[in-house]
Each structure stands twice: as structure tokens, then as C-alpha cells.
Design a protein around this ligand. Structure first.
Ligand SMILES: Nc1ncnc2c1ncn2[C@@H]1O[C@H](COP(=O)(O)OP(=O)(O)OP(=O)(O)O)[C@@H](O)[C@H]1O
Length: 260
């Protein structure tokens, strides 16, 4: 028998009025896996992600998290078990970095001393200097620093699963690369299961073990980049060709030596 998935979508459907935002999607995400969801704007990626922690309720099919049907789990309890990183950080503007990171442990009733220790551990984990950052407000951080705080906050309640909605999309390419690599290391060292939405196929190929391609609410294809490259679907092949075409154009434009 195959091991039980950490997240299992079984023929899941979500409608908004007449629109099928998620249309009969089945997808299993194994423990420890890093899965990227790619697809055009409006293809249902965010809806699919939010169905897992019941920020949105499904109309049909079923979803399990760690083997439990999410409908049988209290939504607030479920969300504390699943870290969520928003595109823009989603930090509370009036709370300091430390209070943003510590908000879930505080809601869980942990003692103040334990929260302080946890916040400091998390700042170190996401490579932010404690002294310089713990008391700042989000407005006094760069975009990359805000996303690091967003990751720290998502990890505060020690979740086994992290969902990320375009976490690095709004960052400059160097910061984006660094943060992606750092998060990938955390994913591995903490034994997380991660589902990340991205518009960037290169990022998906470099960071994820497996890629799920959405189009018009449907899951068009899923697999490793090598498996997807054998797809018979022209949209999937086109998505996969994009990074290679960019490299070819770059190679043609940049001199080979000194380009690194
Ligand atoms: N609360 C809602 N009410 C009505 N329609 C919605 C709602 N949320 C999403 N939709 C619609 O469902 C479809 C899928 O939206 P979703 O946000 O899941 O797409 P996406 O692939 O994440 O898009 P993007 O990449 O632009 O964020 C879109 O057509 C969107 O307009």
C-alpha cells in the first residue's frame, strides 16, 4: 500500500457562481515533498491551496491532511497545523517583527518566555539579525526581510506542512534566488512538506521535487520536470520550454566568460 499522503486532494471541485475555479482535481503530496503549483493567472492555484487549510470550503470531492478529512477538523486548529506564507508577507503592520512571529504561539497560550526564545530561534533560522530586526515594524523592512519574517511566522507553531502563495514573486531576482535557496534548505532540514505557488517555471524547476500544472481550474499535469518534459500537452511543453529559451537568449546576448 502506498504511504498516506500529507495532503490528498480527491476529485476536488470549487465553484464561484458559474465559474469552476477548481475542477475535479486529484493530487497527492507526500511527506517531505516540495511541490510547486504553476499556471496562468486565474487558473485556480490560490483556490486549490486555500482549500487545504479551509480558508475556502470545497463544493465536491474530499481533502485529507495527515490522513484526516479536513471537514472533520476545526478550521482554526487546522490552520495552526499548517504554516501559510502570503505573497506580500501578510504581516500585521502595527505589530513588531517579534510580535508578528510570536502571534500564533501567543494565541496557543504559550508562556511569554517560551515565545521570546522561539522568536529568537526563528529569526536565526531565517537569517535575520535579532538585535537589528526584532523590534522593527514591517514598514521598516525591505521586501526580502518581510518575506523572511513571513516564513518565520509560518514556522512559529512548528507545522509539518507549509503552504506558500507566490512567496518570492515581488522580490528582485538576487533576493528571490537567495530566499528560495534558504527556504529549500529549511524545508529539508526541518523535514517539512511544502506546496508553493509560483508563476516562474525556472523557480519551480530549481526548488520543487514535483510540479503541478493548473489551467482553467484543472490539473493538466503533475510530475518531476523530467516527467513533465514527456507530456503530450502543448501548454505544459511550452511552459517547460520557457526557461530553456531564456537561457539560450541570455547565452546569445552575454559573453560566455565573466557572465557569472
Ligand atoms: N472569492 C471569490 N469569488 C469569486 N470568484 C473568485 C473568488 N476567488 C477566486 N475567484 C475566481 O476563481 C478563479 C481562480 O482564482 P485563483 O485566485 O485561484 O487563481 P490563481 O491561479 O491563483 O490566479 P493568480 O495567479 O492571478 O493569483 C479566478 O477566475 C478568480 O477570479
Amino acid at each position: 500500500m502506498p504511504p498516506r499522503p500529507m495532503i490528498g486532494y480527491d476529485h476536488v471541485t470549487k465553484n464561484f457562481g458559474l465559474l469552476k475555479a477548481v475542477d475535479d482535481v486529484s493530487l497527492d503530496i507526500a511527506e517531505g515533498e516540495f511541490v510547486a503549483i504553476v499556471g496562468g493567472s486565474g487558473s485556480g492555484k490560490t483556490t486549490l491551496l486555500r482549500l487545504a487549510n479551509r480558508l475556502i470550503e470545497a463544493d465536491g470531492g474530499s481533502i485529507t491532511v495527515e490522513g484526516e478529512d479536513v471537514r472533520s477538523v476545526d478550521p482554526v486548529a487546522l490552520r495552526r497545523r499548517i504554516g501559510y506564507v502570503f505573497q506580500s508577507g501578510g504581516l500585521f503592520p502595527h505589530l513588531s517583527v517579534a510580535d508578528n512571529i510570536g502571534i500564533t504561539p501567543k494565541l496557543l497560550g504559550e508562556p511569554a518566555g517560551a515565545i521570546t526564545t522561539r522568536v529568537d530561534e526563528l529569526l536565526e533560522l531565517v537569517q535575520l539579525d535579532r538585535g537589528a530586526h526584532r523590534d522593527r515594524l514591517p514598514e521598516a523592512l525591505s521586501g526580502g526581510q518581510r518575506q523572511r519574517v513571513g516564513v518565520a511566522r509560518a514556522l512559529a507553531a512548528k507545522p509539518r506542512i507549509v503552504l506558500m502563495d507566490e512567496p518570492f514573486g515581488a522580490l528582485d531576482p538576487l533576493t528571490r534566488d537567495a530566499l528560495g535557496d534558504d527556504y529549500r534548505s529549511l524545508h529539508r532540514s526541518l523535514g517539512l512538506t511544502t506546496v508553493m505557488i509560483t508563476h516562474d517555471m525556472t523557480e519551480a524547476i530549481l526548488l520543487a521535487d514535483r510540479i503541478a500544472v493548473m489551467r482553467a481550474g484543472q490539473l493538466l499535469a503533475q510530475g518531476t520536470p523530467a516527467e513533465l518534459s514527456k507530456s503530450s500537452d502543448s501548454y505544459v511543453l511550452e511552459l517547460l520550454r520557457t526557461p530553456r529559451r531564456q537561457v539560450e537568449r541570455l547565452n546569445a546576448l552575454l559573453p560566455q566568460s565573466g557572465a557569472a
